[in-house]
Design a protein around this ligand. Structure first.
Ligand code: C2E
Ligand code: CA
Ligand code: CA
Length: 617
């Protein structure tokens, strides 16, 4: 048997034709189905699915053209090649045959070889077509798949793009905003100021204002309630400030508890002042955070910006200076910057710089002011007072530079220098007196006291006692000749650790005097608790001792209380003999002041000791 070559539907109304072709084709290896008229052919097609149809043209019920046309209408079968069969004398209309959809024709009587080769050709063409169609379908499928993949990839890319843009936007936001309050940050602010300055340079009438706002005593809240509460409070503050801004203002967080507002396009400084008031009243009602009710006030520095401004930093600095002024004036207020303020700040900055160098360059020296017994008139000791001989400005008063030294911490090295210098000069004086003075004077010098002022900063310095010991050792100084003057506030600060220091001082027989007594807390109870040796009544009370002044009663009260506690009383700033008399009557122990002597350099102090041991009082 031949190999199966395909299925053929044979349609002819004449049986002999059918039989003949059937046997030939079957032998040739085709599977052949037969139909004897057009309608059974159309039905047979559906069940057989032939690869080729041999179709007689002349049939009684429906001719071959019609059958072919119907077949071609049906999408399922239109691809099946149809070869028409016709007797030569039937009058084959070739045009009609092709237009009905036939691919070929064969004529009777059949030339068998020709029939087979035509059939084979068309079978091959059909197979090739089918393959092509399959390939096309496959191709289309692949195209569709690729398209799908591409669409998915494009979508993924778009999504990625969106994500990237989001991340980018977030990064940008972070670069310009403060994470806690989400307000614009310092970088942003500086940029805005730069822009405002640029605008003012273009339009010379353009004015704007910078308001530097700093919360008052915010540190206390942070220290007492913790940073979490502090942070939440800052967020609330930011919120309230934000809600009080006019449309031409922008708010930024500058750092910590500092905020800055830029008020654009203003006519007068009044506009900025009004805004400052508004911001302050926005903070006036209490804040409630985690069951804590808190009151917050702010100090605001205002500076105007116009075409004259050069750098954003200048604006911020000047607003900051004005803000500090507002704080110095009592906080919870605003202050408008002026050039005097700037000059003062400059001076102050210069002083700070000079002060740093002054320690290295040894521009300081000490003067000594005698402290005199009001009973005997004898010199009891000296208070060492620091002086600064500025290379350009000459003598600068400690009233001007000691506070700066305290704020900057320079008081610590300076204070140690003072103590060492005082101890050394005192030791020199003693040796001097031993060789030159009478034995009486020399003897007296053994019990002389040198008083040295110790600032709060120094007192809380770790290693204070060790350094004092070192100084004693270095200068061969006897510790019981030293008296330290501290202010009341020092004792109130940290009673616990103070007690340790005070005990160490007592162990060394160093005496302790409360300086400027009456100007601070003036609590006598702690004088007792801390076993203070003496208190120095502030000069402001002594100068009110005059008959019309109210100082007398106050000094009297202080003296009698001190006496009851066994504490010595020193009066400072004594300038008249009346004051001396009054102080004597009140039972005051010692006095110091211009009436006896102004602060003297070490040589003059020595001469005073040698010449006049006793004041005539
Ligand atoms: P203080 O400790 O109360 O010093 C007394 C001040 O009163 C000194 O001013 C002294 O010259 C002045 N004074 C003395 N007698 C009279 C008087 O009769 N009338 C008037 N009007 N004044 C008199 P000075 O030397 O200018 O010192 C001022 C302040 O500077 C001192 O006040 C003290 O707080 C600080 N100070 C001075 N020297 C030192 C120091 O060595 N270390 C520290 N930490 N502070 C110092
Ligand atoms: Ca003093
Ligand atoms: Ca004083």
């Amino acid at each position: 048997m031949n190999n199966f070559k395909g299925k053929i539907l044979l349609v002819d109304d004449r049986v002999e034709n059918l039989e003949l072709l059937f046997s030939i084709l079957t032998k040739a290896g085709y599977e052949v189905r037969r139909a004897i008229n057009g309608s059974s052919a159309l039905m047979g097609v559906k069940s057989v699915h032939p690869d080729l149809i041999l179709l007689d043209i002349n049939m009684p019920d429906m001719n071959g053209y019609e059958v072919c046309r119907q077949l071609k209408k049906d999408s399922q079968h239109q691809d099946i090649p149809v070869i028409f069969i016709s007797a030569l004398d039937d009058g084959l209309d070739k045009m009609k045959a092709f237009s009905a959809g036939g691919v070929d024709y064969i004529t009777k009587p059949f030339e068998m070889m020709e029939v087979l080769s035509r059939i084979e050709n068309h079978m091959q063409i059909k197979a090739a077509r089918t393959k092509l169609k399959d390939l096309n379908i496959e191709l289309e499928k692949r195209v569709a798949e690729r398209t799908l993949e591409l669409t998915a990839a494009t979508q993924a890319l778009e999504q990625e793009n969106i994500e990237r843009r989001k991340a980018q936007a977030m990064l940008e936001h972070m670069a310009w905003h403060d994470p806690l309050t989400d307000l614009p940050n310092r970088t942003w602010l500086m940029q805005q100021l730069q822009d405002s300055i640029a605008k003012a340079k273009q339009e010379t009438n353009y004015q704007f204002a910078v308001l530097f706002l700093d919360c008052d005593r915010f540190k206390v809240i942070n220290d007492s309630l913790g940073h979490m509460v502090g942070d939440r409070l800052l967020v609330e503050i930011a919120h309230r400030l934000m809600n009080s801004l006019p449309s031409n203002a922008t708010l930024a967080r500058f750092g910590g508890d500092e905020f800055i507002v830029i008020l654009k396009a203003i006519e007068r400084v009044d506009d900025a002042q009004q805004l400052a008031q508004k911001l302050q009243s926005a903070l006036a009602s209490p804040f409630n955070i985690e069951l804590h009710e808190m009151f917050v006030s702010a100090s605001i520095g205002i500076v105007l910006g116009n075409f004259e401004v050069r750098h954003p930093e200048d604006l911020v600095r000047n607003a900051d200076i004005a803000m500090y002024r507002a704080k110095a004036l009592g906080k919870a207020r605003y202050y408008v910057f002026n050039t005097d303020l700037y000059n003062n700040a400059q001076k102050r900055l210069q002083l700070e710089t000079d002060l740093r160098r002054a320690i290295e360059r040894k521009e300081f020296f000490l003067q000594y002011q005698p402290i005199v017994s009001l009973k005997s008139g004898e010199i009891e000791g000296f208070e060492a007072l620091v002086r600064w001989n500025h290379p350009k400005r000459g003598l600068i008063s400690p009233i001007d530079f000691v506070p700066v030294a305290e704020e900057t911490g320079l008081i610590v090295p300076l204070g140690y220098w003072i103590l060492e210098e005082a101890c050394r000069q005192f030791q020199d004086l003693k040796t001097d007196l031993e060789t030159t003075a009478t034995s009486e004077v020399s003897q007296k010098s053994l019990s002389l006291k040198i008083s040295v002022n110790l600032s709060a900063k120094q007192f809380s310095q770790p290693g204070l006692i060790d350094t004092i010991d070192e100084i004693f050792e270095k200068t061969d100084f006897d510790s019981k000749n030293l008296n330290l003057e501290i202010t009341e506030s020092v004792l109130m600060d940290d009673p616990q650790s103070n007690n340790i220091i005070l005990k160490a001082l007592k162990d060394r027989h160093i005496q302790l005097t409360i300086d400027d007594f009456g100007t601070g807390y003036s609590s006598l109870s702690y004088l007792h608790r801390f076993s203070v040796d003496a208190l120095k009544i502030d000069r402001s009370f002594i100068c009110r001792l005059a008959p019309s002044g109210d100082g007398l009663r106050i000094v009297e009260a202080m003296t009698s209380m001190a006496q009851s506690l066994g504490i010595m009383v020193v009066a400072e700033g004594v300038e008249t003999s009346e004051q001396i008399l009054q102080l004597q009557q009140l039972g005051c122990d010692y006095a110091q002041g211009y009436w006896f002597a102004k602060p003297l350099d070490s040589e003059a102090a020595k001469q005073l000791l040698l010449s006049c041991q006793t004041f005539n009082i």
